[in-house]
Design a protein around this ligand. Structure first.
Ligand SMILES: O=C(O)CCC(=O)C(=O)O
Ligand SMILES: [Fe+2]
Length: 286
């Protein structure tokens, strides 16, 4: 299956959660707005910079190299978005381990049919995640030689400043467990909210020592960062991106004021496994 699909769907645009004003903060960073000519800055929840305690969520402190980010973002813009009124593309590949030579075999195990720059990205992710996530999850995301063939979807989303994505759980009847997301060219805040009432994962997939009462987390995903969702994080929590032009992010030094970070145009690439029988291009995702 080498079908690609383009669609214009479910991006949201809203004013964000304006509440009150934040006193201006100084910053020499070019990503930061100069706040001195703005007397009143809308305040959003302050996003954290490290993984929230949601079982199955991994946000390792590793980043794509700039050259790889550049190559992938340039290709995506050129191939899928420039001159077209779309903001999402779905690409499909199938993992196989019966290809010929070694290099071919390694590529085929990432998802035959995906474009070469996404195969390179998957190779990079497989190297960098090897020691950042539990082995069992690693083997789900990067099936070892001889593993059964699976259909892999890569979804590329384009967000202009001010755009986001409605909180959702990735479709239960379309996608399996084990999701990888990378942010390119700009960061954003991703919010996680516990699905009310029912844990949507099977009990044994949700096990956790943590008793965590907080039901919403706002996590800043900087450009080139990598997020992995599995188990409870995938089934028991929604994820979404508020449509805003700026995000309020805790500073590295917790003593300092939070920083207002301006969003640029962001590309995200999300890799997911299609469930058996769902590998036919269907209705709108997520
Ligand atoms: O843009 C992102 O990082 C998230 C995309 C997403 O959640 C989805 O496509 O289901
Ligand atoms: Fe999603």
């Amino acid at each position: 299956m080498s079908t690609s699909q383009v669609a214009m769907i479910f991006m949201t645009q809203n004013a964000g959660d304006e509440v009150t004003c934040l006193s201006p903060v100084d910053s020499g960073d070019s990503d930061m707005d100069s706040l001195f000519d703005e007397p009143c800055i809308p305040v959003h929840p302050i996003a954290i910079r490290t993984a929230p305690p949601i079982p199955g969520l991994f946000f390792p402190p590793v980043f794509l190299p700039r050259e790889l980010e550049d190559e992938i973002a340039t290709q995506c813009m050129h191939l899928y978005f420039e001159g077209r009124n779309v903001n999402q593309v779905m690409l499909f590949g199938r993992t196989t381990s019966d290809a010929g030579g070694d290099a071919d075999d390694k590529d085929a195990r990432m998802g035959k049919g995906l474009p070469p720059f996404l195969i390179s990205l998957l190779h990079y992710l497989s190297d960098v995640l090897r020691h950042s996530i539990p082995d069992a999850l690693y083997n789900v995301l990067f099936p070892p030689r001889g593993a059964p063939s699976r259909a892999r979807q890569a979804i590329v989303n384009l967000y202009h400043p001010g755009e986001g994505i409605t909180p959702h759980v990735d479709l239960l009847n379309r996608f399996d467990d084990g999701i990888i997301g990378v942010s390119l060219r700009s960061g954003c805040v991703m919010t996680f909210e516990r699905v009310a009432g029912k844990p949507t994962c099977e009990q044994e997939r949700c096990h956790s020592d943590m008793v965590e009462s907080q039901t919403r987390w706002d996590l800043h995903l900087p450009e080139r960062s990598i997020l992995v969702l599995s188990k409870d994080a995938r089934y028991g929590w929604t994820h979404g991106i508020p449509g805003r032009t700026h995000d309020l992010v805790e500073s590295e030094d917790k003593e300092q004021e939070p920083r207002l970070v301006r969003r640029g145009t962001r590309l995200s690439i999300t890799f997911r496994w299609l469930l058996p029988g769902a590998d036919i291009v269907g209705g709108p995702d997520p």
